[in-house]
Design a protein around this ligand. Structure first.
Ligand code: DAH
Length: 315
């Protein structure tokens, strides 16, 4: 019996054997019932056998339970070398990232940030910018007109007017926001982000303009020096007006921004005496700068909110 108990390998078999020995009809149960007929020595022997067997069952049960537990743990073992489930972490959108970088650089140059309404009146979007009604330069921008005569702001230049009206001069500011034009292709959307810079004081020249732009572009594109091409251009609100191109990858010239010396009429429209004060303004699309810096091929995707597209470009 003792050997039999030690050789049992499952809890069920052990329980069955236990029942056949100690159960209601068990062999030991029957023998214990007859104990009164035994002499003292036989009684003592039976008692010892009884206790020994019970002890053996207990020990074997503990062993089998322990073995079952070990087997279960082995099956549930954690493998820490497996990859963790992918974590869907949010990132900063490239437009937000570019805007943060651009405004950080301009602020470090002493420009303060301004904003203005996206639904703009004719005065701030056109007339004060030396572009009166029927001026042919209004054709340069395909404007969304609202029924009441207001427009969806076509340029953040409107913000420079508001800034000068509110704060006077001298002023060193940049306006930032969304602008709207009726156009759509890979590098133009009906809405885009624009930045307008303005610096008016007593002795500001075109050299200050080009110096700030050069320093700004070098900081933004994280290079020591940028190669620029300054072309004469036309904007109604600047005179002279220029466009600034930048050389990319050693051979490709890309237009980066428009700029110029603020037209005396614009200063007059904001209550500033152009014989006393002068300065420059510049304007560019910061989404275009983001595309160039991060290598994004299609401006429209920037506004598409497709996370897979952003992930492909490292965002
Ligand atoms: N407002 C112009 C545009 O949207 C950009 C621009 C050009 C702004 C020259 C300026 C400037 O301040 O001087 O095309």
């Amino acid at each position: 019996m003792q050997e039999q108990i030690k050789n049992i390998n499952s809890l069920e078999e052990l329980q069955a054997l236990y029942a056949s020995v100690f159960g209601k009809n068990g062999t030991m149960t029957a023998r214990l019932k007859e104990m009164k007929n035994l002499d003292n020595d036989a009684r003592a022997a039976l008692n010892t056998e009884n206790t020994t067997l019970r002890e053996l069952f207990k020990v074997r049960q503990a062993e089998l339970e322990q073995a079952a537990l070990m087997e279960k743990l082995a099956g549930e073992r954690l493998d820490p070398t497996l990859d963790a489930a992918p974590e869907n972490k949010g990132t900063i959108h490239p437009l937000t990232q570019a805007l943060k970088e651009v405004s950080g650089i301009l602020e470090s140059f002493g420009y303060t940030m301004h904003t203005g309404p996206e639904v703009e009146d004719d005065w701030h979007n056109f007339t004060a910018l030396n572009t009166p009604a029927h001026h042919p330069a209004r054709d340069m921008q395909d404007t969304f007109f609202l029924p009441n005569g207001n427009v969806m702001r076509t340029q953040t230049s409107a913000i420079q007017i508001r800034a000068m009206e509110e704060n006077g001069v001298p002023i060193k500011m940049f306006g930032v926001g969304a602008t709207y034009r009726k156009e759509m292709d890979a590098t133009h959307g009906p809405m885009f982000g624009q930045i307008e810079g303005l610096y008016i004081d007593k002795d500001i020249t075109m050299a200050d303009l080009i110096g700030d732009i050069r320093a700004f572009l070098a900081r933004f594109f994280e290079v020591d020096n940028v190669e620029l091409r300054i072309r004469p251009s036309y904007f109604p609100f600047t005179d002279p007006s220029i466009e600034i191109d930048m050389k990319f990858r050693g051979d490709k010239w890309l237009e980066i921004m428009g700029a110029g010396m603020v037209h005396p009429n614009v200063l007059r429209n904001c209550g500033v005496n152009p014989d006393e004060y002068q300065g420059f303004a510049f304007g560019f699309g910061w989404d275009r700068l983001a595309m160039l810096k991060y290598g994004l091929p299609d401006l429209r995707e920037l506004y598409g909110n497709d996370v897979r597209w952003l992930r492909r470009y490292g965002f």
